[in-house]
Ligand binder design. Structure first.
Ligand code: UGA
Length: 425
């Protein structure tokens, strides 16, 4: 059992702290947000994350997990200090490290000799050198231990990872960090810090390239009359390709892929390397949205102006309440700019997001369709699959549906009288 301090209680920090506690460590999570800390100390979880509430409650009850705004209290007796702070995108595309570095500066005088600072945040390759410089403590080690959890399944992913990556220049320090995970059954890859930081970026960008590739194949399927779902199945059966991350969609979004691909591209540019494949993957991600806007325009007769359009789904993917960099919000914004009247529904969104304040939020998937010319599915919530097409047919003005996640049963919707379009089929 180790004494751990986790700095930052966002999506990564909160799940990381709670999971480290659930595998037997004493964990103090520190955040500057007083109201969030109060909420967490009373077992209220501010994000939608399966299984998180249960482990937080258990940790609080046994007093082995706590939340505080007092940095000194969290850090001074910790053997390990996990940095889980946001590294948002700057205007020039690079990762903004100011939040992370200001935390490093603040702990510099507080951490005890012999302790280990562990970076979980996604940082540019080489950031560990800057962390060591700002920390300015020869008696404290800096390690990279990037996180690979997905929002919505963070607890499961943390406890059942494909691999654990630890980057340090010292074998002894790597062994101590690896020792935190002895109860987790996963291969542990020990490497140097720059390679660990690169693994995180290379993984996220590889996945983004894979998604853009399948989205480009979806466009080809539409042009040549093939079905992308069968194509994805067919290529995914080749174990060298694998069947994960092959669902075409309205573009990858969320708090990670857009900013991380942009940060990696920026890193390449600063060394004058033209990372064309990554640049193209980002371009395809915009292109798929142009294609969706074209499909919408065509479905409503050529002009979007004043057309009433129902949208199902606002979050960047299902099973999360996160709308940051959501393809749905992006597409709605473009439709609003073209003069559409948008009625949207999302099972976990209870207020219209400020970015799309001219849109209307309906109380149900059915209500969003009232009087609409077209219904567009943008997030793959499983509850949408259960909606009866006949009920929607009774509500809509024109029976048009565009399913950008290919989740609806096409035959049932066609049987109910709909003109149904998927993506890439
Ligand atoms: C992603 C990575 O998957 C995690 O491994 C990583 O730890 C995390 O970023 C991070 O860097 O913190 P996340 O952003 O939670 O996780 O979401 P994903 O499940 O990866 O989905 C990303 C986007 O791709 C979403 O917009 C999703 O709708 C889209 N997607 C995903 C598809 O369009 N099709 C798919 O088949 C899979």
């Amino acid at each position: 059992m180790a004494n751990i301090c986790v700095i930052g209680t966002g999506y990564v920090g909160l799940s990381c702290g709670a999971c480290l506690n659930s595998i037997g460590h004493d964990v103090v999570c520190v955040d500057i947000d007083h109201s969030k800390v109060d909420l967490l100390n009373s077992s209220c979880i501010p994000i939608l994350e399966e299984g998180l509430k249960e482990i937080v409650q258990r940790g609080l009850a046994t007093k082995s997990l706590s939340f505080t705004t007092n940095l000194r209290q969290g850090v001074e007796s910790a053997d390990f200090i996990f940095l889980c702070l946001a590294t948002p995108q700057s205007t020039n595309g690079s990762a903004d490290l100011s939040i992370l570095m200001s935390a490093v500066e603040s702990i510099s005088d507080l951490v005890k000799p012999g302790s280990i600072v562990v970076t979980k945040s996604t940082v540019p390759i080489g950031t560990f050198i800057e962390i060591e410089r700002v920390l300015n403590r020869t008696d404290v080690s800096v390690t990279s231990n990037p996180e690979f959890v997905r929002e919505g399944s963070a607890v499961h992913d943390f406890l059942h990872p494909d691999r654990i990556v630890i980057g340090s220049h010292s074998e002894e320090i790597s062994r101590r960090v690896a020792g935190l995970y002895t109860t987790i059954d996963a291969p542990i890859l020990i490497t140097d810090p720059a390679s660990a930081e690169a693994i995180k970026h290379a993984s996220n960008s590889f996945l983004a390239v894979k998604l853009s590739y399948i989205n480009a194949i979806a466009m080809m399927c539409e042009l040549y009359g093939a079905d992308v779902l069968d194509v994805a199945k067919g290529i995914g059966l080749d174990h060298r390709i694998g069947n994960g991350f092959l669902n075409p969609g309205p573009g990858w979004g969320g708090s990670c892929f857009p900013k991380d691909t942009s940060a990696l591209l920026y890193m390449a540019n600063t060394k004058e390397y033209e990372f064309g494949i990554l640049r193209e993957a980002i371009a395809v991600n915009d292109e798929i949205q142009n294609r969706i806007i074209e499909k919408i325009s065509y479905s409503v007769g050529g002009s979007i102006h004043d057309k009433k359009i129902a949208v199902w789904g606002l979050t960047f993917k299902a099973n999360t309440d996160d709308i940051r960099d959501s393809a749905s919000i992006e597409i709605i914004t473009r439709l609003l700019n073209l003069g559409a009247q948008i009625y949207c529904y999302d099972p976990v969104v209870s207020e219209i997001p400020a970015l799309i304040s001219q849109a209307h939020l309906a109380g149900s998937a059915e209500d969003a369709c009232d009087g609409a010319e077209l219904m567009v599915v943008l997030t793959e919530w499983p509850q949408f699959v259960l909606v009866k097409p006949s009920q929607i047919a009774a509500k809509m003005n024109s029976l048009n549906v565009i399913d950008c996640r290919n989740i609806l049963d096409r035959e049932r919707w066609i049987e109910a009288g709909f003109s149904h379009q998927g993506l890439g089929r």
